[in-house]
Design a protein around this ligand. Structure first.
Ligand SMILES: [Zn+2]
Length: 410
């Protein structure tokens, strides 16, 4: 009998250690985040002989599924999502060039039920990205039309300026090296397709007794403007002189600069390679990206016996907005949200905070930070077309004021 008890004990111990250390967090509305199949694009370069131009989706973050000719100056671009159902966020990206200069009309076509979302941006050669102006881009009878002068110089045309896995990696690697006295770069897991999930672990001196601030972005691949704010925010956290020194002596920042690298490089509208919206998986952690991030946070909290105070998740939508939780008083930073917003309005010229407050009903990161750690969870949303210099300013001031509030108050 004793033998059997020993076997049972061993089985239980093995089970306990093989389970995710992240606790299941319940939300009122359940979302099924098991893997669902995605459709990969056929990649290649096509010479459209009727018109005399080349068109390509053979690069990271491309999205273009099919090209057909309407007439000698008009091309129909068919753009499909990675799988369905999916949020209405029609992302596209392709390259085009020709032997001669020619004005081409590109018509964007989506499956039934989806609409055009983004004003096209373009980059010619290595020049800076530009936004198509109203002479180039228009909506006619709900069809989005881009008039573009195709020439010998390759033009990259996309929903947003591209920030591929390689570009993001170049940025966070350089930033980590430049600030290596306080930054450790770690790979905390792998995606479905084997890409790295990175984390920057940021603190000064000893890591003991430092409560935690979490920053994350790119759960949703096309949400580049949220990523631009994240970049400015994190650069400010690392490079604000004595304020940074004081802040990082007291707090530890866990920054996740690229949560969905598969989705980013596959040119996805929203999901990861498991065909799932990662920002609905913060309950059971079925997807490797959410599993890796939550598991890291849990492990550090357990090892150091510290609190998570604040989680900021950077996204993009139609316009700038902060999604907050209604619950404030019983969080680890009861007055943070109102104090921070007051400071943003005081320090950003002609700016009024747009806040929408609601308890998360579905398993999103904002609700997870609150339910799991009593932390302040905020979805930091930037508009798709918010001017890029304003995004940088807002990222900078919001980081600065967060550090000021957290170092003054305690
Ligand atoms: Zn999003």
């Amino acid at each position: 009998m004793r033998f059997y008890y020993s076997i049972i004990a061993i089985v239980l111990i093995v089970l306990a250690f093989s389970c995710n250390s992240s606790r299941i967090i319940k939300f009122p509305k359940k979302v099924d985040t098991k893997d669902k199949p995605i459709v990969f694009q056929d990649k290649g370069v096509e010479f459209v002989s009727d018109i005399g131009i080349y068109i390509s989706n053979d690069f990271a973050s491309a999205r273009l599924n099919k090209v057909s000719v309407k007439n000698d100056s008009t091309l129909l671009l068919k753009i499909h999502p990675e799988n369905e159902p999916i949020n209405n966020s029609a992302y596209f990206a392709f390259k085009t060039w020709g032997d001669y200069s020619k004005a081409i009309y590109f018509h964007f076509e989506y499956p039934k039920g989806y609409e055009h979302r983004y004003i096209p941006k373009y980059q010619i050669g290595d020049e800076a990205w530009q936004e198509a102006d109203s002479l180039m881009f228009s909506m006619k009878d709900s069809i989005a039309i881009l008039k573009f002068n195709v020439s010998k110089d390759t033009a990259l045309i996309a929903a947003q300026e591209l920030r591929t896995t390689k570009e993001v990696k170049d940025w966070y690697t350089a930033l980590s090296q430049k600030n290596n006295a306080v930054t450790k770069l770690k790979i905390i897991g792998k995606t479905h397709l084997g890409r790295d999930i990175p984390m920057m672990d940021i603190y000064s001196g000893s890591k003991s007794k430092k409560d935690i601030i979490v920053l994350l972005t790119r759960q949703h691949p096309p949400e580049v403007t949220g990523y631009l704010a994240f970049q400015s925010f994190l650069e400010t956290v690392l490079e604000s002189g004595t304020l940074t020194d004081t802040f990082l002596e007291k707090y530890r920042v866990l920054a996740f600069p690229l949560m969905n690298p598969d989705g980013v490089d596959l040119g996805h509208w929203r999901h990861n390679a498991g065909g799932v919206d990662l920002n609905r998986d913060w309950s059971k952690y079925r997807q490797p990206e959410v599993y890796a991030v939550t598991n890291q946070i849990e492990q550090i909290v357990k090892e150091e016996g510290v609190k998570v105070l604040l989680g900021l998740d950077f996204h993009s939508t139609w316009h700038d907005v902060f999604y907050t939780n209604v619950e404030r008083e019983n969080t680890n930073l009861p007055s943070f949200v109102s104090d921070w917003f007051t400071q943003l309005e005081a320090n950003i010229p002609n700016y009024k905070v747009n806040e929408k407050s609601a308890n998360s009903t579905r398993p999103v990161s904002k609700g997870w930070f609150l339910k799991r750690f009593n932390a302040v969870g905020i979805t930091y949303e930037i508009g798709d077309e918010t001017p890029r210099d304003f995004i940088t300013l807002k990222g900078k001031i919001s980081a600065h004021e967060m550090m000021r509030l957290l170092t003054n108050n305690n």
